[in-house]
Write a protein that binds this ligand. Structure first.
Ligand SMILES: [Fe+2]
Ligand SMILES: [Fe+2]
Length: 275
């Protein structure tokens, strides 16, 4: 049986600043009609959960309202960014922020087996952190890869691993940086995931690099104007449907939901300040 995942991402939900709630609700209505086997939110679930627990609570309540099977991965706005990332204003992950996230969304790394595949979810912001949890996550990754048997491996995390190639050296806030990337690759023990799926950039894109199919999920909420962010792929809101086949096949597509506008963050300075 093919396992169908609706990957949503970068929902940026808040009660106090509910600018992106309508888009989430409308996309949620579409998901309730198509009833995927799993909804997977790949991070930036909340607008500012790194600082505001009420944003985490509001985001969780909205997801509970979907009444669908859901898994979560944290983004930089949910529990802080990598310690070596130029800040988006939220600062770095720490133990208190991480514990607060866990209390509302559960484990920040996990493994799920479906026919033909092992799905591995990773906390991208923990990579390279000096928190004890970073080492525990590395061990989990290594064990999950080693124990996958004949299953193909699909890696899910908030940030893209790189722009085009694994050996890029730029330190940015946009991709997993070179140091954390090396640590992740070491934890994978030389195994290349067949699929690497992420969010964070608010654009849909797919590329193939060194044997892996990299799929970037766009945001349900907003895009970032060209003046602030290059155009890597498609700057439209929506979600990504993944079809994982028991024979190891994988297909994906960007799903645009009629009636859901592509909002521009420049029009919402009250969210994160002027763009
Ligand atoms: Fe985001
Ligand atoms: Fe992000």
């Amino acid at each position: 049986m093919t396992f169908r995942i609706a990957q949503i991402s970068d929902t940026h939900l808040s009660d106090d600043k509910p600018f992106f709630v309508d888009n989430f609700v409308r996309i949620g209505e579409a998901l309730r009609k198509t009833r995927p086997d799993l909804v997977l939110n790949s991070g930036d679930i909340s607008l500012d959960g790194a600082s505001s627990e009420t944003d985490l609570m509001a985001a969780r309540a909205l997801h509970d309202g979907l009444d669908l099977p859901i898994r979560y991965l944290p983004g930089n706005h949910d529990l802080g960014d990598n310690k070596d990332s130029p800040s988006h204003g939220e600062g770095a992950i720490d133990a208190i922020r991480r514990a607060r996230y866990l209390s509302h969304f559960g484990a920040d790394w996990w493994t799920l087996d479906v026919p033909g595949w092992r799905l591995l979810g990773v906390n991208a912001q923990l990579l390279g952190s000096d928190l004890d949890a970073a080492g525990y996550q590395d061990c989990h990754i290594t064990a999950a890869v080693a124990g996958r048997g004949l299953r193909r491996l699909a890696l899910f995390l908030h940030k893209p691993l790189f722009n085009r190639t694994v050996d890029e050296t730029a330190v940015t806030g946009r991709f997993v940086n070179p140091g954390p990337r090396r640590l992740l690759l070491a934890s994978l023990g030389g195994v290349t995931p067949a699929v690497v799926a992420c969010g964070h950039v608010h654009q849909y894109r797919e590329i193939w690099s060194a044997g892996a199919h990299h799929v970037w999920c766009t945001s349900t909420a907003f895009v970032i104007p060209d003046a602030r962010q290059p155009r890597y792929g498609v700057k439209e809101v929506g979600y990504v449907e993944h079809l994982f086949g028991p024979d190891g096949t994988h297909e994906n597509r960007l799903v645009r939901v009629p009636g859901v506008p592509t909002l521009d963050i420049a029009e919402f300075p009250a969210a994160y300040g002027p763009v």
